[in-house]
Design a protein around this ligand. Sequence first.
Ligand code: NI
Length: 138
Amino acid sequence: MPTVTRFAVSLEPDLLDKFDRLRQRQNYASRSEAVRDLIRDHLVEQGWDDKRHAMGTVTLVYDHHVRDLSDKLTSIQHDHHELILSTMHVHLDHDNCLEVLVVKGKGERIRSLADHLISTKGVKHGKLTITTAGKEIV
Ligand code: NI
């Protein structure tokens, strides 16, 4: 079991109160666990580098009735097939589709693919989330 180091943090009562409410809503058993996850999230976020390899997901919501949109999105994905490990398509309702792509590759190429997909006319919402392959984070 890894050893842990305790350290004190000074916070304004208001900020601590907001943090505690959020932590309880998110079901964290302790402040320590919530702070650990915040630090991990920040480290992953800051470790994001265009020149290094990264993993992530691209989430897209779009109306498949928009002319040629499904074909355009599929075509963009085929042009970058080496970056895409897996895709999931969910038919949300009669009109809307949700697509989630799991991506892996050089940071700048992942960002470029995500920008291309998200900016395609007719995409209602899109988001790139970068995560870690897990090895560098404790
Ligand atoms: Ni669909």
